[in-house]
Design a protein around this ligand. Structure first.
Ligand SMILES: [Zn+2]
Ligand SMILES: [Zn+2]
Ligand SMILES: [Zn+2]
Length: 157
């Protein structure tokens, strides 16, 4: 009965795929654009390390890095210092030093895809190297197909 069991496996895997992509998993797709990037720091290459404590309450880890002024502040699950910083300074884009290094925009109220948005790419890469000691894996990005112009050979005769 090898054939029927492998068919069952395929069906099971297919269902799992649907669940992973569905809203039930809590996964929200990160935005690939954001209108609030004009106040980003112009020097993303020098940022505090992932182990920098919160500037206000000294919470030791999993803090947020303000990508405008590079302040390190704790999350909404600790003392909400990053959120307060946004409310006071209007610095809206922050990078999380927790495991996934996601970038959040407080105005969009959404995660931003740091590997797609050019202004975020280098700071995300530096943060990744600081945290993991290596460059982030190259992600396959689908580019629009460009037609190959093969009949471009002018040599001959
Ligand atoms: Zn935004
Ligand atoms: Zn704090
Ligand atoms: Zn700031």
């Amino acid at each position: 009965m090898a054939t029927s069991s492998s068919t069952q496996l395929e069906i099971l895997l297919g269902e799992e795929d649907d669940l992973l992509l569905g809203a039930e998993s809590g996964w929200v797709e990160a935005r690939t654009s954001c209108d609030h990037l004009s106040s980003l720091s112009s020097d993303p290459l020098h940022i505090p390390t992932p182990h920098t404590p919160c500037n206000r309450c000294h919470h030791p880890s999993e803090n947020w890095l303000c990508l405008c002024c590079k302040d390190v502040l704790c999350s909404r699950f600790v003392n909400k210092h990053m959120l307060q910083h946004f409310q006071q300074s209007n610095h809206s884009v922050a990078l999380s030093y927790s495991s996934d290094l996601s970038v959040w925009c407080f105005v969009c109220e959404a995660y931003l895809d740091a590997q797609v948005i050019p202004q975020l790419r280098s700071v995300h890469e530096i943060a990744y190297i600081l945290k993991f000691g290596q460059a982030p894996p190259v992600r396959t990005v689908e580019f629009p197909k460009v037609e190959d112009n093969q009949a471009d050979d002018t040599s001959g005769s």
